[in-house]
Design a protein. Sequence first.
Length: 531
Amino acid sequence: MCKTFTLYDLLLRGALISPDRPAVIHGDREISYRQLLPLVESVARWLENSQAACGDRIALLYENSVEYVLFYFAAAKAGLVVVPLDNSLKADQLGKLIADSGVTILLCQSKYLRGIDDLTGSEHDLKCLITDKEFEFNEEGLSVYTISDCLAGASEIDFETVVDDTPPELLANPLTHETRLELSQETAAIFYTSGSTGDSKGVMLSHRNLVSNSIATAEYLRLTTADSIMTILPFYYIYGNSLLLTHMLVGGAVILDNRFAFQQAILNTMRDKRATGFSGVPSNFMILLNLADFKSENFPYLRYLTQAGGSMAPEVTRKVMAAFPDKELFIMYGQTEASPRVTWLPPEKLKEKLGSIGIEVPGVKIRLVDENHLEVDQGKVGEIVVSGDNVMKGYWKGDGQDDILKDGQLFTGDLARRDEDGYYFVVGRKKDIVKVGGFRVSPKEIEELLLENDMISEVAVIGVPHEILGEALKAIVVLNPGVNTTEKEILDFCRPRLAMRKVPSFIYFVESLPKLQSGKIDKGHLRAEHG
């Protein structure tokens, strides 16, 4: 019987092709693959000997760190399902996710233990709590351990012994989406979507989903052992998770810095640790573009930048290109339910196809369909439907999955058109479309136009109730520092550039926009506050 490959084998490949290069760099701490693999093996053996059974869930409530990486891959080796938790949530919210997913083991950084009663709650399946410091917690049936306990046998594990029986097909060079690997279809992780906590869904992703998408992504990014990614995105976010997997796959490095609130510190780390890549969501780039060093610093080791996690306005893309004319910028599109990557825009096509999300990732197929699920013609707008090994297994407990998962195809809810060259352009979300006087209007178009105004830093457009029109457009605007303007000036900017039905009826100025931890603007919050 052929071996089925898992996320652990992805790490194993990286360790074999790059044993003495750094795998994780975090501040002054640097750990090579030769050092990392025995530690992962030690934790995996400890987990296998714990009270957990194959397929049980282990939650990770931990910042990006060496420890997170250890337990993530050790869980895969031990046959457990990882549940990464958003550490920005309140303890009672986290407790609901822990209870919902039926977690039996919780790895919890000590800084989050102050809410332990809310984390465990009244109903849970927890049997084991692991933390980085000694901690006394008296709850019947719940055993408490430290990370040191899990690593007690690491010194007895030899790197060469661990890698001794590696299947040769795993070492195919280059490893591409066409390499024939039998990937495990068992569930590897449950990622909770980054929407408001009330409607978060647990996305079940298999080893096949995550490994196949990592291989395809590393392929078009042309990642090698020489690459190191500046990682500001949390690993519990699917985009951050992708950065970890793609670089472990090729024997590259992840450079960790959890201080994005201190943007200059991030730039210093990126320069000092010689990062070859930087990845962010649109708001990350908007914030950094206001820093003089981001636009003037040479960053000689930086090869490329990637953007995903929401649509980036063409005007912002132009500014990033102008700041880094000698670097490659990859615009990408995806969803948690797609593991996550669906499309990518080749950097050489960026100017020609500005505003496009690009073409399909290798091994992924896209159709654009109408409301009857029939394919639309070229140039017409339809919903993006995705098929391929990257499409999720389903939602945990099946909640709501019949609406978006049909015959193995993922109905994304995103509306797009395809041009004559096969490049896709997102025009908006089905649920974001605003009906103004009966006409369907996409806020995305208006947001992109407003961002061309040099006075505006960020903007979100939503629909609000209107007695005559049914719905009207409201633009919620953040101005650049030191700028003063009026609603009339903004509307005067819009009127000659937009059809009348697309001109906002209301302009509202704010100091900042609410954001999810992923960096996306929280439109649900805005609708509740301004609707």
